[in-house]
Design a protein around this ligand. Structure first.
Ligand code: PLP
Length: 381
C-alpha cells in the first residue's frame, strides 16, 4: 500500500475550502479598505461586512445586530462569561467538568476572585449531563449563569440544548453554550432555543483561523470586553478582520448549503470506522455516548491496554496519519485530558480521537485501519 497523508484531526481544525480562500484573497488584494474609513475603499468593506453579518445571522435565525465578530471561539466564550456575570450582577454559575478550557478557566478565575460561586453539574461515565442535578442546582441558588457546551470536542457528546434552554428559562437563568463544534454541522435556531449566547470559530468548518463570532440575544445587555474604537457597534473594539469575516461567512454559506449531504457522508465514515475497529480490535471501547447522541464528526477510541499505546500517536504520525489523543490524568497531575478524567476513562487505555470532515474518504479510513493492524501486529511479533 502506498504511503498516504491522512488528516483525521478535523475537530482541531479543518482544511480551508478553496472557495473560502478565493473569497479571502479578494479582500486581501483588492478590497482592502478599513471599514471605519469614510472614503470609497472603506465604504466598500463596510458594506461587505454588513452583508456578511446578515448572512451569518440568517443561518442561525438571529438578528444581524445580535452577531459580534471576534478572534475566534475562545474570545467569544470569554466575552459571554465575563461580561454577563459582571454586567448582569450574577453571583452563581453552573458549568461541567468536561467544558473546553475557554469556558472553564475564566469561570474558575472568577470563582477564585470571589466574584461567583461555581457549581459543577454531574456528568456520567458516558459524558452525559445530569439534567435533574442541573435543575436542583438552579433551584437552590440565586439567579445563575449556565455554560454547557453543545458538543464536546474530545468525546463528541451532544447536549439536548433545547431541553437545557427550557430548564434554564424556568429559573430565569442566563444560558451560554459553546457551539464551536456544532455550528455549520447542525442547524441551530436561536429563536427556538431559549438561549442567550452561542459561540463560533470559523476554522472548524473549512473557514479561517482567528475569526469567529458571539451571538448575543438582544434581550441581554452587556458591555464590551475589548475596548477602544467603535467597531462592532461599540461591542468589540479593533479594526475588523475583514478577510477573516468574509471567509467565515463564505464557509458558513457553503456548510449550510451542503449540510445534509456532508453529514450523511461523514456519519457513514464514522460508523464504518467504528465497525472496522471492532473487527480488528475486539477489546476496543469508545469514549463518550457513541451509540447515543454524538457528533458525527468525532470518534473517540479507547484503545485496548498495551505497552505500544504510548507510542500510538507517534506511530500513526510516521504512517502519515494525523489524529489527536490523550488519556485521563493521574490524581494530582495536570497532564492529560480533563474530559477523559471527568468521565473516568481508564488510565491504562489511552484515547485516540479520530475526527472527520467532508474531505475525508473511505480510502483514508481503510488506510488507517490497515496501519493500525500493522502497528498491533508489530506488538504481537
Ligand atoms: C469546543 C471548543 N471551544 C472553544 C474552542 C476555541 O476556539 P478557538 O481556538 O477558535 O479560539 C475550541 C477549539 O479547539 C473548541 O473545540
Amino acid at each position: 500500500m502506498k504511503h498516504m497523508k491522512v488528516y483525521l484531526d478535523n475537530a482541531a481544525t479543518t482544511a480551508m475550502d478553496p472557495a473560502v480562500v478565493e473569497e479571502m484573497y479578494f479582500y486581501m488584494k483588492d478590497d482592502f479598505g478599513n471599514p471605519s474609513s469614510t472614503h470609497s475603499f472603506g465604504r466598500k468593506t463596510r458594506v461587505a461586512i454588513d452583508l456578511a453579518r446578515k448572512r451569518v445571522a440568517h443561518h442561525i435565525n438571529a438578528e444581524p445586530s445580535e452577531i459580534i465578530f471576534t478572534s475566534g471561539g475562545t474570545e467569544a466564550d470569554n466575552m459571554a462569561i465575563k461580561c454577563s456575570i459582571e454586567d448582569l450582577g450574577l453571583k452563581h454559575a453552573i458549568t461541567s467538568a468536561i467544558e473546553h478550557h475557554a469556558v472553564l478557566y475564566p469561570l474558575e478565575e472568577m470563582a477564585k476572585q470571589g466574584k461567583i460561586k461555581l457549581s459543577l453539574v454531574n456528568v456520567d461515565d458516558k459524558g452525559r449531563i445530569d439534567l435533574d442535578h442541573l435543575r436542583e442546582l438552579l433551584a437552590t441558588n440565586d439567579r445563575t449563569f449556565v455554560s454547557l457546551m453543545h458538543a464536546n470536542n474530545e468525546i463528541g457528546n451532544l447536549l439536548p440544548l433545547k431541553e437545557v434552554g427550557e430548564i434554564c428559562a424556568e429559573f430565569d437563568a442566563i444560558l451560554h453554550s459553546d457551539t464551536v463544534q456544532t455550528i455549520a454541522h447542525y442547524n441551530l435556531d436561536v429563536k427556538d432555543l431559549k438561549i442567550h449566547f452561542i459561540t463560533c470559530a470559523g476554522h472548524k468548518f473549512h473557514g479561517p483561523k482567528g475569526c469567529g463570532f458571539l451571538y448575543i440575544n438582544s434581550d441581554v445587555k452587556i458591555n464590551p470586553m475589548i475596548r477602544g474604537g467603535a467597531q462592532e457597534r461599540n461591542m468589540r473594539a479593533g479594526t475588523e478582520n475583514v478577510y477573516g469575516i468574509m471567509g467565515l461567512a463564505k464557509a458558513l454559506d457553503i456548510a449550510y448549503a451542503e449540510l445534509d449531504h456532508h453529514a450523511a457522508h461523514i456519519q457513514g465514515l464514522k460508523s464504518y470506522m467504528k465497525a472496522q475497529l471492532m473487527e480488528i480490535l475486539p477489546d476496543v471501547r469508545f469514549n463518550g455516548d457513541v451509540d447515543g447522541d454524538s457528533l458525527y464528526t468525532v470518534l473517540n477510541v479507547c484503545l485496548p491496554s498495551s505497552d505500544k499505546n504510548e507510542m500510538m500517536l507517534f506511530n500513526l504520525d510516521i504512517e502519515g496519519i494525523a489524529v489527536s489523543g490523550g488519556s485521563a490524568c493521574s490524581s494530582g497531575s495536570n497532564v492529560g485530558s480533563h474530559v477523559l478524567t471527568a468521565i473516568g476513562s481508564p488510565m491504562d487505555r489511552p484515547a485516540v480521537r479520530f475526527s472527520f470532515s467532508k474531505y475525508t474518504t473511505k480510502e483514508e479510513i481503510d488506510y488507517t485501519i490497515d496501519k493500525l493492524k500493522f502497528i498491533y501486529q508489530l506488538e504481537i511479533a
